[in-house]
Design a protein around this ligand. Sequence first.
Ligand code: CTP
Ligand code: MG
Length: 231
Amino acid sequence: MNGDSGMRVVALLMAAGRGERLGGAEPKQFLPLLGRPVLRHAAEALLRDGAVEAIQPICAEAERGRVDSILEGLPALPAVAGGATRQASVLAGLEALAGCAPEIVLVHDAARPVVPAGTVTALLRALERAEGAIPAQPVADTLKRVEDGTVLHTVPREALYRAQTPQGFRFPLLLALHRAAPEGATDDASLLEAAGRPVRLVPGSESNVKITHPGDLERVEADILPRLLPR
Ligand code: CTP
Ligand code: MG
């Protein structure tokens, strides 16, 4: 069922972005959180449930050596170069795994340092019955459709969820969909949706923050990590 390596579950760690919304001298995945780079937290979080056998980091060509040393001591494959868009970076990561052909691939944002325990286990369980599975949170706020600063109407939110990562897929399917994909998909699950393949939800978490805007890092450091990690 899987390739020569015998690995069943591998995770792509997406770290080739430039963090333009956050600004600053360094892309956000390299910023320190409790003294260690955000991407190191993300990698350790993926491994915590014990099911991910290897991590495949994807980063800017010039950062490959740095990423390899940040992940030292973890079961990480050598970093590969990403592309100009997240989608291109994911394809580069999937192509790097084509030789070992795992059964399941998880795709995770290196900018998400907190993956609660049990999330990976829940994804793998959901993937026993589906080809894709994603953590998602119900939308809590009332949603308004707005045009030119004026409310048109309230959007019913009962069926609306916010997607997070890691997202899990059958590897051969995700590779085939990415190879055939048009530019512009916002996440990997959307490729399955477009192909009419079922994507299951597992519970997401308010702790699973994607560092995006100034202040997010401080909030994770002060409020979220201290509650989850032994000090
Ligand atoms: N990513 C990637 N390759 C890209 C763009 C993004 O691997 N060409 C990764 C980022 O490193 C990040 C994740 O995808 O871990 C989610 O993307 P996002 O939060 O948008 O990060 P950035 O693109 O770095 O930030 P921004 O959009 O603010 O520039
Ligand atoms: Mg981006």
